[in-house]
Design a protein around this ligand. Structure first.
Ligand SMILES: Nc1ncnc2c1ncn2[C@@H]1O[C@H](COP(=O)(O)OP(=O)(O)O)[C@@H](O)[C@H]1O
Ligand SMILES: [Mg+2]
Length: 274
């Protein structure tokens, strides 16, 4: 009798563990494990330079994650690994459980690069039709998607205007529309608000909030600590290729007893001039 009860308990605990593993995997959208990336150094006499150094990161479905760090910290390099543009020296990364070295891993992602160079002689509608065709989205479906992403980024009124006549903020939103045309589940945005004025930044922030409302996962890099504080579920601070801190903003603020900006400065070793 005792043995039977024990076996039953063991079976149920095993089933629980299996369920936990299953759900952990289903909910993990992005997983980076011990990732290191090396470049030939630009400095004389130094052979190689570690741009990313043993990075571990897990992002769950529906999260907005702010990837912070000073210039040269390794944010773009990390994203470039996820996009298959750069190879890792060691470690691995997967998107929806698929290793990023397999192109299929990128099927469900949308990407906004740090610098966008679009065909400025196109209007946004044409730009989106061009990208939609690359994704082989059928005609009527593509027209519906174009309407919906233009609405989401607030460019419906300017859809027939040449991109070269847009302000920087509008160009950035056209870039976001392009990143959204394949209806991705994960968005990778490299400094989406950099160089924008406060209104432009606010608009991008609102778009990120709308995307979150639609259940999308957003992984974005930024320097704008104030906006990161308001829009992110979690943040990570990268310095010299290493993740120094990771967690919910409110938990970090409690732990360090100061604002995110001060935490950031502390982490990167900035000493105020006295
Ligand atoms: N193609 C490259 N060749 C050599 N070094 C590079 C290259 N790209 C980036 N780096 C170096 O790698 C480090 C990380 O850069 P990057 O990932 O662009 O940082 P971030 O996006 O955080 O500003 C920097 O020291 C940068 O100079
Ligand atoms: Mg960068």
């Amino acid at each position: 009798m005792k043995a039977k009860v024990k076996a039953g308990a063991l079976r149920s605990s095993l089933a629980q563990t299996r369920r936990r593993i299953y759900f952990t995997n289903v909910n993990t959208v992005l997983e980076i494990t011990d990732l290191s990336v090396e470049y030939p150094s630009r400095e004389k006499g130094v052979g190689k330079k570690l741009a990313v150094n043993g990075l571990n990161l897990k992002i769950q479905a529906g999260e907005v994650f702010g990837f912070l760090g000073p210039n040269g910290a390794g944010k773009t390099t990390t994203m470039n690994v996820l996009l298959g543009f750069v190879n890792a020296k060691s470690g691995s990364a997967s998107i929806f459980g698929v290793d990023v070295r397999q192109p299929i891993a990128r099927q469900r992602i949308g990407y906004l690069p740090e610098l966008t160079y679009y065909y400025k002689f196109l209007n946004t509608e044409e730009l989106l039709r061009f990208y939609g065709t690359i994704f082989r989205i059928p005609g009527p479906e593509l027209e519906r998607r174009i309407d919906s992403v233009l609405k989401l980024v607030g460019l419906e009124h300017a859809r027939k205007r040449l991109i070269k006549t847009y302000s920087k903020g509008m160009q950035q939103r056209a870039g976001l529309a392009q990143a959204l045309i394949n209806n991705p589940d994960l968005l990778i945005l490299d400094e989406p608000t950099s160089g924008l004025d406060p209104v432009g930044r606010m608009k991008v922030r609102e778009i990120i909030e709308r995307l979150k409302g639609e259940g999308k996962t957003v992984f974005f890099s930024s320097h704008e600590l104030g906006e990161v504080e308001t829009v992110c579920d979690r943040v990570g601070i990268l310095n010299q290729g290493q993740l120094k801190v990771e967690g919910r903003v409110e938990d970090l603020v409690k732990q360090y007893q100061c604002h995110l900006e001060q935490i950031f400065l502390k982490i990167i070793g900035y000493e105020a001039a006295s």
